[in-house]
Ligand binder design. Structure first.
Ligand code: ADP
Length: 158
């Protein structure tokens, strides 16, 4: 049984995240979307809401589970029975930080592997922070987020 953990803040989950999850579904038997409860920034949506929105957004994918996590990713992944995590690479700008993270995780846990996937071109410039900002300023983000997220953003920003 091949499992992969896909960690992130998902504040909120976007169509770029969903694109990556759908790709992972084709490669792994089970995909665990791990919503980080420890974030250094004050999130727009609290952990419970980010979890709920992620769950609703992947409801069409039976092999995907959504769960919260805190603490070290390598430790959490071990409890999930895997040492493979998935991260997304959009532009070159993601690379430096992701390489650091992957190297640190491997240092903390030899045998730990980080797998990178790239999204479809139309999501290459999409980020949760941009979605939050455009939404806050009254822009239409319906093309960039799943329906439940769109509804939650409208509720938040009107
Ligand atoms: P984090 O705060 O851990 O970076 P995010 O929720 O912003 O959490 O992102 C989680 C993962 O998804 C990261 O690896 C990020 O690069 C990737 N990701 C975010 N947006 C996209 C996108 N539009 N396409 C592909 N991957 C993405």
């Amino acid at each position: 049984m091949r499992r992969v953990v896909y960690p992130g803040t998902f504040d909120p989950i976007t169509n770029g995240h969903i694109d990556l999850i759908e790709r992972a579904v084709r490669l792994f038997d089970q995909v665990v979307v791990a919503v980080a409860a420890d974030t250094h920034k004050a999130p727009l949506f609290d952990t419970e809401r980010r979890l709920a929105l992620a769950r609703e957004s992947v409801a069409h994918l039976p092999s995907v589970q959504v769960t919260a996590f805190s603490g070290l990713l390598v430790t959490f992944s071990a409890t999930q029975g895997t040492d493979v995590i998935l991260r997304g690479l959009r532009a070159v700008s993601d690379f430096e930080f992701e390489l650091q993270l992957a190297s640190m995780n491997r240092r903390l846990s030899p045998g730990f592997e980080t797998l990178f996937l790239t999204p479809a071109e139309q999501y290459a410039y999409l980020s949760s922070s941009l979605v939050r900002e455009v939404s806050r300023l009254g822009g239409d983000v319906s093309a960039f987020v799943p329906l439940p997220v769109h509804a939650a953003l409208r509720e938040r920003f009107g």
